[in-house]
Design a protein around this ligand. Structure first.
Ligand SMILES: N[C@@H](CCC(=O)N[C@@H](CS)C(=O)NCC(=O)O)C(=O)O
Length: 208
């Protein structure tokens, strides 16, 4: 199997954490690919042009929730990692929504020149991001290797690199205390954390 991802992608990190938790690291080759590079071939794998994508023998699988479920099922780890399926899926939905808002903010700031930015839109994304973190801060998360915990930990690893100045660790103290403890307890997950990686050249900015 081949996973197309990018080192800073929160969705890709979630899948990488699942690969590690399922012991599938030898079965999945990781190809780092930036989704904003013009590449018609990549759209054949995912018509949406988004990462992560998992290429299996006779098909491609997207998006990240479907890939995670496929990998957990394939490795026989689904029930162990999702002991309470609805709770896990709900936390994943929340985490993915926070990641969508965070990535939208990042794209707005990185890809668009200042005069084309929309502050109302930015504030709406910021509200989703902060409200989502507030919800997680009040959640009683366990420290077991479970799918919902992997989702939360990998989201926070993304925020650490892309929102380093936001001071979230001071605002959401319970959540970050949980995160540091969780990562300390399960150091094998360090490998799947988001990495600040140079954006390749050749990406078109949103200037029109
Ligand atoms: N719902 C998707 C979201 C994936 C996503 O938004 N990926 C971003 C990178 S972090 C991407 O590929 N963006 C390219 C684009 O928006 O065109 C998933 O869970 O896989």
């Amino acid at each position: 199997m081949i996973l197309y991802s990018f080192p800073s992608s929160p969705f890709g990190c979630k899948v990488k954490a699942v690969i590690l938790a399922c012991g599938l690291e030898k079965a999945v080759e990781i190809k780092e690919f930036h989704p904003w590079l013009p590449d018609a071939e990549f759209r054949l794998l995912n018509p949406l042009g988004k990462i992560p994508v998992l290429q299996i023998e006779d098909d491609t699988i997207f998006d990240s929730p479907v890939i995670c479920e496929y990998l957990m099922e394939k490795s026989g780890m689904l029930e162990k990692l999702m002991p309470d399926r609805i709770k896990s899926l709900k936390i994943q939905a929340l985490v993915d929504g926070i990641a969508d808002a965070a990535v939208a903010i990042r794209y707005e700031l990185f890809f668009r020149p200042e005069h084309l930015r929309c502050m109302d839109w930015h504030e709406r994304q910021q509200l989703a991001l902060v409200s989502g973190l507030e919800y997680l801060d009040k959640s009683n998360l366990s420290t077991d290797v479970r799918f919902d915990n992997l989702c939360v930990a990998m989201l926070l690893s993304y925020l650490e690199i892309r929102f380093a100045d936001a001071g979230f660790e001071n605002t959401f103290k319970n959540l970050y205390e949980w995160y540091y403890g969780f990562m300390k307890k399960h150091p094998f997950l360090e490998a799947s954390k988001a990495k600040d990686y140079p954006i390749p050249s050749g990406i078109t900015r949103l200037e029109k």
